[in-house]
Design a binder for this molecule. Sequence first.
Ligand SMILES: [Zn+2]
Length: 273
Amino acid sequence: MTTVGELSSVIEEIWPADGAQPWDSIGLVVGHPLDSIKHVRLCVDVTPEVILDAHSAGVDFLIAHHPLLLRGITSASEATYKGASLALMIRHGMGLLTAHTNADVVSDGVSDCLAQALALTDVEPITPQPGSSPVRGVGRVGNLVAPSPLGVVARQIAGLIPSTAQGVRVSGDFENRVRRIALCGGAGDSLLAESKVLSADVFITSDLRHHPALEFREWAKLDNGPALIDVSHWASEWVWLSTAAQNLRDRIPAVVFSVSDVRTDPWDFLVVQ
Ligand SMILES: [Zn+2]
């Protein structure tokens, strides 16, 4: 029998809590350390659909990348999304643990998995955490084995992540050859001014808003700076789940680890003009 507490210890080994950003909220959210677990499912977001889909598959514990309770709530009313999700989990005897920025920064973490999917070489964090060994940090930068047109790289990424309404948006010349790639799974606009991003040929991330993207690209046009590729936040992080499940399976073979295929990207369709 494996307990939630034993799972938490393994998670501390592979995604240490001290790697998390100070504003983050990680760890056990629902459940007791002595609860036994048989089937753990990994997901990016907790929603009622994710919970019910997991319950129907016999899942008794969820590991979510995004914290359900990052900001304070004043009610667990089931008329709210968060309250309804908490009630569903508790009613179905399902626990919940969050592995967020602590899982972003490690080897085999969220950005590292994207770098692996693109087969980048000489991969290093965009912002290494001082004193970490092995080195941890936010984002990754590395090289393609051979230079490739920007448009071909965008198509390659489209094939590596699950499909979403937004598709893959690109700012840059389709034919421009790129080799050095900076990337950050999830929202990476805080890295736009980092030197390792500015010296890359393209920066791949999610949730790029009009003004930061415009300013970045207008500067890039003047100074031969990087192109931008914007992908779905959910899709860019979903890629990590299968690696995370395998890392856990290797350490706790008695427990089933599966990945939720419920799409929690909020957008449903795109009207092409
Ligand atoms: Zn995220």
